[in-house]
Design a protein. Structure first.
Ligand code: ADP
Ligand code: MG
Length: 485
């Protein structure tokens, strides 16, 4: 492991709490719908409104998703976990408590690992998870400034959440963002969360502290509800600088909950942090312990799709791809499927990978296109790569063919013909061009023969130009060397 990079002599320590909204149709303890965007309070039933006499009933789909997550991160699935009441007052919480898990969560331990770029190096990082527990979301206060009133919308009350808590293992905002992206990939890949950050389906709280290397953990401040990767990075960077400034000015950091304001780029204290003791947690008498038999876990395991890290390993073993490529290509199921289909179509996995991570990604980023809407099919890309390997076209010509495919101009061979991109492999034709260029550039020939190898460039360039870029570069080189002795 490389030593962590220090900021002004301080080590940064970050731990994450992430709320992933589970992709069930109904709420965690009631049958009301969780669909986003409905009229206020049209999706809140008696249980969600906390009417007296109502009782929560566990949604089995939420439990199943928690099991899937646990299996996806190599965690222990508790055979028996407990729901607890977390007591606090807030207008959007009519029960006066949130049902969550405290002492015994359903998912225990586990880890998330990923690659990240540090300077020119690719570093492998593993973040240990502490736990993931099931809980319900609260409602929402709506402040209607134009009528000077606030209202409560309980549609979100009872929405199933999985709160995923890490150990304080991250050492920079870059690591934190890479972790959050990897976690986002895992939950969307498994399909337990739609990952929509704008709608709040995946929101992160970043706990940040700084310390001198080797010192005990510093006091943390928790940045709440980060709902974009960009803001996450900005918020943590600002917070780290702020804490260091405070300490350097002789102030102690006070534990607090803070909010990031994207308009000012600053974090601001919301409230001083309450401790677990303030919530008076106790087991919810309305819900029995959550019991998960091993047979249930086994069934879920057998029905789960191949996980991204397992798939990446397979890409390394079966296609001889570097680990970095394999990781990049398993960023989404669609990317992985596109790669596998392309590799099969051309029989050249590494070239397929290079093209997808290079030209294809570039065009996708520039055009706001994703793997689902990509205009070039895997079969077409495969056919294009096959034409490079059988020497029909050069790499630079291939990029022109790719443009043609992107613009829906036809199939690979038709585009090669239409654009006249066939590589000249015919020795006689190449020699004729070379002789012409040599005769026209006697000075370069002299210089090369006198030992100036750079003079060769002055010959290859005009040859490629005379062939309209269609000469086979390897062959040109070989013939040229022969002619120049
Ligand atoms: P809560 O915030 O609900 O009280 P915890 O005390 O378990 O919960 O911690 C929440 C998160 O804060 C965890 O992700 C943990 O890794 C992280 N954390 C704990 N101590 C520190 C610290 N000194 N600096 C940075 N992160 C920390
Ligand atoms: Mg917290």
């Amino acid at each position: 492991m490389t030593a962590p990079k220090l900021v002004q002599g301080y080590e940064v320590v970050i731990g994450f709490e992430t709320h992933a909204q589970l992709s069930t149709k109904s709420k965690i303890f009631s049958r009301a719908s969780v669909a986003f965007g409905a009229e206020p309070n049209t999706q809140a039933c008696a249980v969600d409104m906390a009417l007296p006499g109502t009782l929560p009933v566990m949604n089995i789909g939420a439990v199943e998703r928690a099991i899937e997550f646990g299996l996806g991160v190599n965690a222990h699935i508790a055979e028996r976990s407990i729901f607890a009441r977390k007591n606090y007052f807030y207008p959007d919480l009519p029960k006066g408590y949130q049902i969550s898990q405290f002492e015994i969560p359903v998912v225990q331990g586990g880890e998330v690992s990923f690659f990240l770029e540090v300077g020119k190096e690719t570093v492998h990082k593993t973040v240990r998870l502490e736990r993931a527990h099931l809980e319900e979301d609260a409602g929402k206060s709506l402040h209607e400034d134009f009528i000077g009133q606030s209202g409560i919308d309980l549609n979100r009350a009872g929405t199933p959440l999985l709160e995923i808590v890490t150990q304080p293992d991250m050492r920079s905002s870059d690591e934190a963002v890479a972790y959050a992206k990897e976690l986002h990939k895992i939950v969307t890949w498994i399909g337990i969360c739609d990952g929509n950050m704008q709608e709040g389906s995946f929101r992160c709280d970043a706990n940040v502290s700084v310390r001198k290397p080797g010192a005990a953990l510093g006091t943390r401040r928790e940045i709440k509800n980060l709902n974009s990767f960009k803001f996450m990075q900005q918020a943590i960077d600002y917070e780290v600088r702020w804490q260091i400034d405070q300490i350097e000015d002789g102030h102690a950091i006070e534990q607090a909950t803070v909010l990031f304001d994207p308009d000012t780029g600053e974090t601001r204290a919301m409230r001083t942090k309450e401790d677990a003791a303030d919530y008076r947690y106790f087991p919810d008498p309305d819900l029995p312990p959550l019991v998960i038999g091993r047979d249930w876990v086994e069934r879920v395991k057998s029905e789960m799709a191949e996980l991204p890290r397992v798939m990446a390993e397979r890409f390394v073993n079966d296609y001889a791809l570097p680990e970095y490529d394999a990781t990049q290509l398993t960023q989404s199921k669609a990317a992985a499927a596109y790669f596998e289909a392309t590799a099969k179509a051309c029989g050249q996995p590494k070239l397929a990978s290079n093209w997808i991570m290079g030209e294809v990604s570039r065009r996708m980023n520039a055009g706001d296109v994703n793997f689902e809407t990509l205009p070039v099919s895997a079969a077409q890309l495969g056919a294009l790569i096959a034409r490079i390997t059988d020497n029909t076209i050069s790499n630079s010509a291939a990029r022109q063919v790719f443009d043609g495919l992107w613009n829906q101009e036809g199939e690979v061979d038709a585009i090669i013909d239409a654009k006249g991109l066939k590589q000249i492999n015919d020795t006689g034709a190449l020699e004729a061009i070379i002789d012409e260029v040599l005769a026209a550039n006697p000075k370069n020939v002299e210089e090369f023969k006198a030992g100036n190898t750079k003079a060769l460039n002055g010959l290859v360039g005009p040859i490629m130009k005379a062939s309209k870029g269609k000469a086979n570069p390897a062959q040109v080189n070989e013939l040229l060397m022969k002619k120049l002795g």
